[in-house]
Design a protein around this ligand. Structure first.
Ligand code: ATP
Ligand code: MG
Length: 459
């Protein structure tokens, strides 16, 4: 369907140069964007900034997605006003960010992100100001540590990541300003970095992840020059703050195209810097690990499509699960008994993972619970199965068990048992538990021989 819509976008130019310095202005008669299709609050922001005498455009993902016929996730505005001037124009706004300072204009729960035109580094800023540490900083590898040198619209168009993200829509005139041949690439379904890919990835290695994300989301190809350096440069992601990478992981894997995104990440060696332990598990045990990851992501994609809730806790539990056995084995080999080895392995794996993607506690705590409940799902004697059923995390733990089984883990029909138990009558439940109890009293379960406490205390 997307391809069909793309055919409608006109292609009025000859073979264009890589960088265009004069804008191609595409009038409203030649594209399918309109003021009405744009978000009302974004239009208000652009109108108000223009009335206050500034240049202002809708830009980035919202223009790109609307041209393709997709629903934009959020709406970004680019303007000649500085963040402070935006702040002064909108009472309902806040300044955010240090590395990249911008204004958020709030409309109830909706936020319109307003960014001031930036210039490329090494160019003079619009007010002729000499660049200082305060505005612009780069690391030894060329990574931009701060990107607050303001510039003109033309300069802003060149500093954006991909040509398809560098389209500016003027809501008043209806014109689209296209300095980087973004429309051509939208039409051809190509993700192309603006400028030299190696330099642009050095400036911000997260652009590598963004290339893959947009390729999966839009069903586009990463054009060869933009794709070629990915494998070689993927290591640069280790320098990115773990909190930023966690946010990026959510966008990559929880936006509805997680499975396809994973395939691309894996293909371009970009999965390893995000999940190094899981990547090792893929090498050691590819069939099982890849099956589990793909299954988890497919489930997540399906749930998103059906409007059902998804949580990073479940997905991260799944992505890291295949990395646990190696760690458990190493600890057991060093003489640590099985149960503490499991606990310690989980703790260490999570700690290590957080150095790459900083998983906030609100997700890591339930994630650990899902893991810890897996062996407990096996113990069903007495009142345990009923207590388990009442546990607030039961559903997630049960779904997780089914996921493990779908990936080929042998559990002796445990998932099927729980499926039946949930819909069984009280009598059926008692006999199911008795049947398990008979098994559980065998030699596999020395703990059942423990002296029973009086009933009131045991509960
Ligand atoms: P979506 O919102 O659907 O994820 P988007 O393209 O709008 O996609 P945002 O992260 O919202 O992405 O960024 C808005 C715009 O800012 C982008 O379209 C791009 O022009 C620019 N941009 C964002 N991140 C970068 C970056 N790392 N380097 C250069 N430009 C960027
Ligand atoms: Mg956006």
């Amino acid at each position: 369907m997307i391809r069909k819509l793309l055919q409608k976008i006109p292609y009025p130019f000859g073979r264009p140069a890589r960088r265009r310095t004069t804008p191609a202005i595409i009038p409203s008669s030649q594209h399918n964007l309109s003021r009405e299709r744009m978000n009302r609050n974004a239009v208000t922001v652009v109108d108000r900034l223009q009335q206050a005498g500034y240049e202002a455009f809708a830009v980035g993902g919202c223009v790109r997605d609307l041209l393709i016929g997709m629903e934009p996730k959020d709406f970004d505005v680019a303007t000649s006003a500085t963040p402070e001037q935006v702040r002064a124009t909108f009472r309902n706004s806040r300044l955010i960010g240090r590395r990249f300072k911008l204004a958020h204009v709030h409309f109830g729960r909706e936020i319109i992100e307003v960014a001031t035109f930036r210039s490329n580094h090494g160019e003079e800023s619009t007010d002729g100001e000499v660049q200082s540490d305060e505005h612009s900083r780069q690391s030894e590898t060329g990574r931009l540590l701060r990107d607050n040198v303001y510039g003109t619209l033309e300069q802003d168009a060149q500093r954006r990541d991909f040509t398809i993200n560098s389209l500016y829509y003027d809501v008043r005139t209806g014109n689209i300003h296209d300095f980087a041949n973004g429309l051509r690439d939208i039409r051809n379904g190509e993700i192309r970095l603006i400028g030299d890919p190696v330099q642009r990835y050095h400036e911000d290695p997260v652009r590598m992840l963004r290339a893959v994300r947009f390729a999966a989301k839009l069903d586009f190809e990463i054009e060869p020059h933009s794709a070629a350096p990915l494998v070689e440069m993927s290591e640069l992601l280790h320098d990115i703050p773990a909190a930023r990478l966690f946010d990026e992981c959510l966008k990559l894997l929880m936006s509805g195209q997680g499975e396809q995104t994973f395939e691309l990440l894996h293909h371009h060696d970009l999965f390893a810097p995000l999940f190094p332990d899981t990547d090792e598990a893929i090498e050691d045990n590819p069939d099982y690990t890849l099956k589990l990851i793909r299954h988890a992501l497919r489930n997540t994609d399906d749930r998103i499509r059906e409007g059902r809730p998804v949580t990073p806790a479940f997905l991260f539990a799944a992505l890291l699960w295949p990395a646990l056995p190696n760690r458990i084995k190493a600890l057991e080999d060093s003489g640590i008994p099985s149960i503490p080895a499991h606990q310690q392995a989980a703790h260490e794996l999570l700690f290590e993972q957080c150095r790459h993607t900083a998983i906030p506690k609100r997700f890591s705590v339930p994630m650990r619970e899902i893991w810890d409940m897996q062996p407990r799902l096996e113990r069903r004697s007495g009142r345990r199965a009923d207590q388990m059923l009442e546990h607030p995390r039961f559903r997630a733990a049960y779904d997780f068990l089914l996921l493990r089984e779908a990936a080929g883990e042998q559990t002796d029909g445990l998932g099927e048992w729980w499926t039946r138990y949930q819909s069984a009558t009280e009598d059926q439940r008692r006999s199911m538990v008795r049947a398990v109890g008979d098994k559980a009293s065998g030699p596999k379960r020395p703990r059942s021989r423990r002296k029973r406490k009086p009933r009131a205390q045991a509960d």
